[in-house]
Write a protein that binds this ligand. Structure first.
Ligand code: NAD
Length: 361
């Protein structure tokens, strides 16, 4: 928990595809919450992904990167799209995001996943499977395959997965603190029956948790079995911690428990309070520009921003309560309810109206 301050410098990175649409919505909610909480914001816009490549020939604009490193928090939409897929690796939109995560040293990606009874009908699960699902998924974000040495020739390619003891220890501490603040149960997911990185991961995770969080119950599950259990008995999980690639895949899988990829937020944190906040979805090129993107993942990322970077938990809860209220009231975009005619801006407007009715303590 941070000491709450009454001013905040936030960089907004819209990115590509539906990124600008969900960030416009999230920025409106950010400003609405700040006004209700009497918090002064300094908002700055920056360029990342395909938008940055088009503007300055690099996957993140140099002055944007500099601003992000000085800000209290960064709020990002999404990057990527077919227009930039032919470019060489170092110029791909995703490279800008990987560079930003690395430069900000945000090694812990927190992805809360909850089921809601009002949305059960829009998921592929039976209501009894979904009852009580409330998972904090913690993904290691700056190591593993996404950052290892790689090479590609005409006939061969490789990517390298590498983890150090220090990298596993620090993510174990984030997971340990999260589990301690919740139900005291931590599940570490790896592939220790095959991979050496996973065997190191399992050993260091066990030692760190036993030494620093002896009160927690730690369980290890292989990633293939975990994928099955997440669908079979998702309510049995509390805090999950896993490496970069497994976390990327399992968190998209777990979005099916919530109802839509468009609902899930994330917070990426390092050792300090500065954080990078983004919905877990991508740039959804097929619906970009149509005004129908679900902004809730980006909006709930704003709630996490208030909680983890600005220390205003009451504003985070005000946004989360407002989201619950509108989802319970069937304010749904077409990704959830194909018959819905509601737009991104309808959802934003209704949420701001609900929040404005709430009393801020
Ligand atoms: N963090 C990121 O910026 C990020 C993450 C994943 C993918 N990507 C990039 O996004 C592009 C598209 O990738 P993809 O199609 O595999 O994944 P995606 O997340 O963009 O889309 C997957 C599916 O979910 C839907 N969807 C996603 N977010 C939605 C929202 N907010 N509202 C309504 N529907 C939503 C899409 O329409 C699509 O059907 C690629 O270029 C990929 O590299 C970026």
């Amino acid at each position: 928990m941070t000491a709450a301050s009454n001013t905040a410098h936030i960089v907004l990175l819209s990115g590509d595809g539906i990124g600008p649409e969900v960030i416009e919505s999230a920025a409106a909610v950010l400003q609405c919450a700040a006004r209700l909480g009497q918090l002064e914001l300094r908002l700055e816009e920056g360029w990342i992904g395909g938008a940055a490549i088009d503007r300055c020939g690099d996957s993140i604009a140099p002055d944007t990167l500099e601003s992000c490193l000085k800000a209290d928090a960064v709020l990002l939409g999404a990057v990527g799209g077919p227009r930039w897929e032919h470019l060489p690796g170092h110029l791909r939109p995703e490279t800008g995001l990987l560079r930003l995560r690395s430069a900000m040293k945000v090694y812990a990606n927190l992805r809360p996943v909850r089921s809601r009874s009002a949305l059960a009908a829009f998921t592929p699960y039976r209501p009894e499977i979904l009852a009580g699902v409330d998972i904090m998924m913690i993904r290691e974000l700056t190591g593993g395959l996404y950052f290892g040495e790689r090479h590609r020739s005409e006939t061969e390619a490789f990517d390298t997965c590498r983890y150090s003891k220090i990298e596993v220890e620090r993510i174990a501490r984030v997971a340990g603190r999260a589990a301690r603040a919740r139900k005291g149960r931590l599940c570490s997911i790896d592939k220790a029956n095959v991979l050496d990185t996973s065997r190191l991961w399992r050993q260091v995770m066990s030692e760190t948790i036993a030494r620093e969080f002896p009160e927690l119950i730690l369980e290890h599950i292989l990633v293939d079995a975990a994928a099955m259990y997440l669908a079979q008995r998702p309510a049995s999980f509390d805090v999950i911690v896993t490496e970069n690639l497994f976390g990327d895949i399992l968190s998209d899988q777990s979005s099916t428990l919530a109802g839509s990829l468009g609902l899930l937020p994330s917070a990426s944190l390092g050792d300090g309070t500065r954080g990078l906040y983004e919905p877990i979805h991508g740039s959804a090129p097929s619906i970009a520009g149509r005004g129908i993107a679900n902004p809730i993942g980006a909006i709930l990322s704003v709630a996490l921003l208030f909680r983890y970077s600005l220390g205003h938990d009451h504003l985070a809860r005000m946004i989360e309560d407002g989201v619950e209220e509108i989802l319970d009231g069937s304010v749904l975009t077409p990704d959830l309810d194909p018959d819905s005619r509601l737009t991104t801006s309808d959802v934003t407007r209704m949420l701001c109206a609900v929040m404005s009715r709430h009393q801020v303590v």
